[in-house]
Design a protein around this ligand. Sequence first.
Ligand code: AMP
Length: 296
Amino acid sequence: MSPRIARTVAELRAALAPHRADGVGFVPTMGALHEGHLSLLRAARDDNGTVVLSIFVNPTQFGEAADLDAYPRTEAADVALAAEAGVDVVFAPSVAEMYPAGFATMVSVGGAITGTLEGAERGRSHFDGVATVVAKLLLAVQPDRAYFGAKDAQQVVVVRRMVADLGIPVEIVTLPTSRDADGLARSSRNTRLSPRDRAVAAAIPRSLRAAQDAFAGGIRDPRSLTDTVRAELAGLNPEYVEVVDADSLAPIAEVERPALLALAVRVGPVRLIDNVVLVPGLDDRIPLGPNGSDHA
Ligand code: AMP
């Protein structure tokens, strides 16, 4: 069945009003849906009576106007995929609906979790934009559960902090990063990679996998692990490669508890991010398919 399309918060609330009893699951996205988004929708479908997908390319989280303009917009195809995934309501508001004239309130999550990694590179205003739009979307949908991808690991930490600090009554569920056969994390931005860039980008998961191999071999020093990543990314000049505490995102001297190994790198016209969590005692390495080292 085709999902209902709601363009305004009023339409969304009216569509959801009769269906709250069996639980509402919510998957916020910027559209251009791929298998990563679908994995979130499947989890939402399994857990809830009603599933809401939002599609909104949020201008307040983009630093570069060119990136915002180039962001793929494929609503008709997204709605068709949403129908297949059993989505009940698609919330696709206009920018004016989300940020009407006179809009003056931003939600700003402070501290180390927004100052490092993406916050250091793109500026804290990126996460102000993320926190503001996620808060607005959670208030609009009022879901029981909201689903986020581990690919945007820092975003999950920021959203969890905001939800706890503001007392928003929602369970945040995190799903693993969905990857292509060669290990590249799926991303709406991948559609902007040329075939050549796409082949180059395969170095990203290879680099993370090399660090996972080193970690499995007993390496616990963040510098050795990031050097391993940088060696695999030779020529790509990453914006950052860092190992931080997985919860606080603070720098660490040694991996003694779960740590986040995260990076950002430009390939052609696109800025890509990826990460893995390194957990002492747990071996959970990225499988690398046909063009990766597992099958080489
Ligand atoms: P986006 O549309 O890129 O803003 O992403 C919407 C949601 O999908 C966010 O929670 C992302 O973390 C998640 N997501 C994006 N790519 C992936 C992926 N490859 N695997 C899992 N989740 C993803």
